[in-house]
Design a protein around this ligand. Structure first.
Ligand code: GUN
Length: 295
């Protein structure tokens, strides 16, 4: 049977449409959701992400503020901007785009964000809430992966999920979310990383394989069990002379070869990527509902 290509673009657009009603109701009540995004420096990928976040806010009727600080902005400057936004009542969500320049301490910055406005879910308080299974804000990319599975009718319950990658943004939180005793979870989870022995053999045991390592085409067809579901979180730019830009986006999965074995697979682009922004919008609306006393 041909594999199902999981259409993250269409699923994320469905979620954004569902959110429009909430945004309208909240706005009519005087609680228009508001998001502030902070970018430090000129990382090209980050610039694209921040632009997409602003665009998505506009499309949904969410109030947005974008702060673009120079690469040499001081840590104090950034911390005082966060402090100002923590106190600003029109702002329900604050997102500091990562990675930050070397001279800025990421941990200090994430700790400064009011946990009630931490729509990225990176503050240790929100990480703790996620771990104990009582989340306020789930991190957007892993939550988007869970939502993709749910909306494709892939129930992780009892399945073996193998995650390749252990980052704080994707690998660790997706493992934590899918292992919970909860709907859309209840999986048996293995996390693999650069020091894992026999990574190919472990990957082959996965009913659901999640690749989040940042290495182009790392997952080959011989690492995938017949009928597995493969989720590709990779966003890698590789040289491609046939493109005007001279580069092309590829995931962590060798898509063309791997798709011959899967029952469902996400493409890059158009798989997990668009879900991250949809979940950020969800978290921002959730935070505004909290301000409005609805939740
Ligand atoms: N950089 C890559 N992914 C993310 C994300 O989800 N949030 C933030 N703030 N930065 C990122």
């Amino acid at each position: 049977m041909p594999t199902q290509i999981i259409d993250g673009k269409s699923i994320s657009s469905q979620i954004r449409n569902e959110l429009k009603e909430d945004v309208k109701r909240l706005t009519d009540k005087g609680f228009q959701p508001g998001l502030a995004v902070i970018l430090v420096g000129e990382n090209p990928a980050s610039q694209v992400y921040v632009g997409s976040k602003e665009k998505s806010c506009n499309e949904l009727g969410i109030y947005s503020e974008a702060y673009r600080l120079p690469a040499d902005a001081s840590e104090e400057e950034l911390l005082s901007l966060i402090d100002k936004l923590n106190k600003k009542k029109e702002i329900d969500g604050i997102l500091v785009q990562l990675p930050l320049p070397e001279h800025i301490n990421e941990e200090k910055v994430l700790l400064k964000i009011d946990p009630d406005k931490d729509v990225d879910g990176f503050h240790p308080i929100n990480v703790g809430r996620m771990v104990i299974g009582n989340p306020r804000f789930l991190p957007c990319t892993p939550w988007g992966i869970q939502e993709l599975l749910v909306r494709t009718n892939v129930d992780p319950s009892g399945k073996h999920v193998v995650v390749i990658g252990r980052s704080n943004i994707v690998g660790k939180p997706i493992a934590c979310i899918l292992v919970q005793k909860a709907k859309g979870a209840n999986a048996t989870v293995t996390i693999c990383h650069s020091r894992t022995k026999n990574i190919e053999e472990i990957a082959r045991q996965a009913d659901i394989l999640i690749a989040a390592i940042g290495q182009p085409k790392f997952v080959k067809a011989d690492m995938v069990k017949d009928g597995a579901v493969v989720i590709d979180v990779g966003v890698n730019r590789i040289p491609d002379a046939s493109k005007k830009s001279g580069t092309r986006l590829v995931g962590d999965v060798d898509f063309e070869a791997v798709k011959e074995k899967t029952s469902a697979i996400t493409p890059v682009p158009g798989g997990v990527g668009p879900m991250t922004i949809a979940m950020l919008m969800m978290n921002t609306v959730k935070s505004a509902k909290h301000r409005a006393g609805e939740v």
